[in-house]
Write a new protein. Structure first.
Ligand code: DC
Length: 232
C-alpha cells in the first residue's frame, strides 16, 4: 500500500467517528485530524475571551478576534494521538467538557469560523495520507477524497458511549443531559445554513450500532483497500 489516499469521515456527534479515524490512521501510518477538536478550540477561546456571557454568544466579537486564534496539533508520545494546542497551550482536556459541547454547534455555524478552519484543514491535507473526521469533510473540506465514510449508530448507543466517556473522565452528567445535548447538536449541525452535515452521494455508510471497534476497523480497512485498488 504505497499510494496514500485522503479519507473523509463524517457523521453525527458521538457515532465513533474519531475512534475509527484514529485507528485507521494508526494502521495506515496516516495523519489523523479530528476537525471537531478545532471547532471546540475556537469555542474555548470564545469562553476565555468573554465572547460568551450569560449563555449568549457574541458572534461579532468572536469574528473580530479570529485572527488571534492559532490551532495546532501535537502528538502525545504516550497515546500516539494528536492533541490540540490553542495559542501554544495544550487544551485537549478542556475542549471535551459538557460546557464546550453545549456551545460548540453555535460557534461552528458561524461562516467566518468555518472559512478559517476549512482553509487550515485543507492545508493540513494537501499531501494526502490523511484521515479527517467531522461533519463537512466529504462535502466541503475534501470533496475529492478517494474514500468517504458516513458513520451512523442508533441514538441510545450514542448516548451510552458518550455517557461512559464522560464517566471515565470523571465529569458529572446524566444520560438525559447527554441525550439532550446530542439531539440538539444533531439538529443545529444538520440544519445550519453554512455547510450542514449531509451524507454525500459517494459516501459509504457504516452503521456501527452492532459492530465492535475492531469489526468496524476491519470493515473500513477493506474499503481503503478497494479505494486504493481503483487508483491503479
Ligand atoms: O465531532 P465533535 O462532536 O467533537 O464536533 C464538535 C462540534 O463541531 C459539532 O457539534 C459540530 C462541529 N463540527 C463541524 O461543524 N464541522 C466539522 N468538520 C467538525 C465539527
Amino acid at each position: 500500500m504505497n499510494q496514500k489516499i485522503t479519507i473523509a469521515i463524517d457523521g453525527y456527534s458521538s457515532c465513533g467517528k474519531s475512534t475509527l479515524a484514529r485507528e485507521l490512521a494508526k494502521s495506515l501510518h496516516y495523519v489523523f485530524i479530528d476537525s471537531g477538536a478545532m471547532y471546540r478550540g475556537v469555542t474555548l477561546f470564545a469562553l476565555q475571551n468573554t465572547c460568551i456571557s450569560s449563555h449568549e454568544l457574541n458572534r461579532g466579537k468572536l469574528i473580530s478576534l479570529l485572527d488571534q486564534i492559532e490551532l495546532k496539533f501535537v502528538l502525545n508520545p504516550e497515546t500516539k494521538s494528536p492533541e490540540l494546542l490553542l495559542n501554544g497551550v495544550n487544551v485537549e482536556k478542556q475542549i471535551r467538557t459538557p460546557e464546550i459541547s453545549s456551545f460548540v454547534s453555535e460557534v461552528a455555524a458561524i461562516k467566518e469560523v468555518r472559512e478559517k478552519l476549512v482553509a487550515e484543514q485543507q492545508f493540513m491535507g494537501n499531501q494526502g495520507g490523511i484521515v479527517m473526521d467531522g461533519r463537512d469533510i466529504g462535502s466541503v473540506v475534501f470533496p475529492n477524497a478517494e474514500l468517504k465514510l458516513f458513520i451512523t449508530a442508533e441514538i441510545e448507543t450514542r448516548v451510552e458511549r458518550r455517557y461512559q466517556e464522560l464517566q471515565f473522565r470523571g465529569t458529572p452528567t446524566s444520560k438525559d443531559e447527554v441525550r439532550e445535548n446530542l439531539l440538539r447538536r444533531d439538529h443545529i449541525d444538520s440544519t445550519r445554513k453554512e455547510s450542514p452535515l449531509v451524507q454525500v452521494d459517494d459516501a459509504i455508510v457504516i452503521d456501527n450500532t452492532h459492530l465492535s471497534k475492531s469489526e468496524q476497523l476491519d470493515l473500513a480497512l477493506q474499503y481503503v483497500d478497494k479505494a486504493i485498488a481503483t487508483l491503479v
